[in-house]
Design a binder for this molecule. Structure first.
Ligand code: MLT
Length: 263
């Protein structure tokens, strides 16, 4: 089922499937909840919860410039858990979704029972990366999501990834509103370094990374995993920045194996 959940000045579309211990899936940029489609279909032992973040997909898009930040996205996830009557959940975030998980860990640690980090990284943007965010925000305002995704796609997928995955990625990007895109790019630009947050994680943690990821490469994932006491680390072969779509079977198995050990 897909529910609409009130979250401050936004309403979020949230896909909820199955029963069991909850796992909350948080998509990256510029994707939507359908990037988890294979995992939502396959992880039948768990209650799967996957929102579209504000500004994308079937969620509403606040127009206010201050309507978007990593903390706003995290507040929205807490509203989703509250609406579903869930105190604490395993939380699985890819890339920007991981940055949102870091914020949850900082401000709502008691709402997170386990952490699954996929192709993400703890550091803040460099000055050069911040400038690139602003340039891309200008592209988003002037030319829209198609132009944004064409600039990002060359670095997103492994060379051997099936062409239909690129088509899925374009479809997801087209579901972003202009305020959502610009707001997300500012949120990404302004996010803090999360190294210390990771050192303080007290719940079971899995770090996954695609072997060919150019945005959050395996070396970065390995160092990140080493920050978290007791974290597991795995590389998904033949995947770039989107293992859940590029190598769905291998990714689902690694997530399921980890989840089975903890809940
Ligand atoms: C994502 O997939 O969410 C983005 O690559 C995050 C980023 O650009 O830092």
């Amino acid at each position: 089922m897909t529910a609409m959940v009130a979250a401050g000045d936004a309403a979020l579309a949230v896909e909820v499937r199955g029963e069991g211990s909850p796992v909350l899936f948080v998509h990256g940029f510029p994707f939507d909840r359908t990037m988890w489609r294979h995992q939502l279909a396959a992880l039948a032992r768990w209650k799967r919860i996957a929102p579209d973040l504000r500004g994308v997909g079937a969620s509403t898009a606040p127009a206010a410039g201050d309507g978007y930040s990593i903390s706003r996205y995290a507040d929205d996830l807490v509203a989703v858990l509250d609406a579903l009557g869930i105190r604490a959940s395993a939380v699985c975030g890819l890339s920007m979704g991981g940055y949102v998980v870091f914020d949850l860990l900082r401000r709502y640690p008691d709402r997170v029972s386990a952490v699954l980090l996929v192709d993400t990284k703890p550091d803040a943007d460099s000055p050069e990366a911040k400038r690139a965010r602003d340039e891309l925000a200008t592209v988003a305002e002037r030319e829209g999501p198609d132009a944004v995704i064409e600039r990002l796609l060359p670095r997103l997928l492994a060379p051997q990834t099936q062409p239909e995955v690129a088509a899925q990625v374009r479809d997801m990007a087209r579901r972003w509103s202009a305020p959502g895109l610009v707001g997300a790019l500012r949120a990404l630009r302004d996010r803090p370094d999360s190294t210390e947050t990771l050192r303080g994680v007290k719940v079971p943690t899995l770090v996954l990374v695609g072997s060919e990821d150019q945005i959050a490469p395996p070396g970065v994932g390995r160092v990140m995993a080493a920050l978290v006491p007791g974290a597991q680390f795995h590389v998904v072969p033949a995947a770039g920045h989107l293992p859940p779509l590029e190598q769905p079977l291998a990714t689902t198995r690694l997530l399921a194996d980890f989840l089975a050990t903890i809940v």
